[in-house]
Design a protein around this ligand. Sequence first.
Ligand code: PBG
Ligand code: ZN
Length: 325
Amino acid sequence: MQNLPVRIRRLRKSDSMRRLVRGVNLSADNLVYPLFVCPGKGIKKPIQSMTDCFHFSPDKIADEAKEIFNLGIPAVLLFGLPEKKDSKGSDAFNDNGIVQQAVKNIKKVVPDLLVITDVCLCAYTDTGHCGIIKDKKVDNDATCEILAKVAVSHAKAGADIIAPSDMMDGRVGIIRKALDENGFIDTAIMSYSAKYASAFYGPFRDAADSAPAFGDRKTYQMDIAASAKQAMREIELDIKEGADIVMIKPALCFLDIIFQAKQRFDVPIAAFNVSGEYMMINSASRQGVFDKKSAMMETLYAIKRAGADIIITYFAKEIVKNKII
Ligand code: PBG
Ligand code: ZN
């Protein structure tokens, strides 16, 4: 018999064929949409640093949440801009704080939408650091005590999932214990486990007014060139301390970490497609560098294929609304 040529292109001949054999699938089920809550009433104000993103006051955010839920996106992730900042980030654990009000309002209107709350102090401290400062340094253990109070306060308001993003050592265990002791045994923890000291948070820090007033976050967020083993150690510890879901952040420069985490651990893996990654695509496509939809989908498929079960992305609403997936 003659040697027939191998024709791999047979499986690429039409859109239907490509879809049938692709094996990597994105659905609204995989997505989390981040939202920013600000003080005031009747506010829905465009965020200058982030295309198509808005600041919502607590009374307006439930409408947006309802739209997200009706699109089939299962969860939102809330970030708050407080009324006031101080050395301890006290507004973060104010039971009537901005995030707490937003959670209550969303849960009233769309009880089945999962509400995830970012737990950190950087938007709430007068230094803009994720922890409280003692002798010019971030005090790890004192910060964890405060984070536990923030988590309990969010759970009390009705949050389904608490997402600590501070990178203090031991905070997942301390938060889990505090939640359990206060009766919130069913409130889950999605830990920002491998979170890097990245340049790609720039647009977010403008949006959340959370840039550090001095120094940087390199003593608590991971070194961008740290070996993958360090990331595995962070993730492993968080799982041992009680994290239900672990997160890698940012996504694009750390796809290898997502891949390794997926191979190694049995908990759901989340990846945060962060503000700078979002704005790279928005800015470049606005300048005609490439087609936005194609670049966006290539990015999201890459994150999915690397192993992310959950993708937190500012693109979530747009791709579901425009029926791109
Ligand atoms: C707060 C926090 C940050 C982000 C999420 N939570 C910023 C930071 O650590 O400085 C970044 C999100 C994004 O860039 O989209 N700790
Ligand atoms: Zn922070």
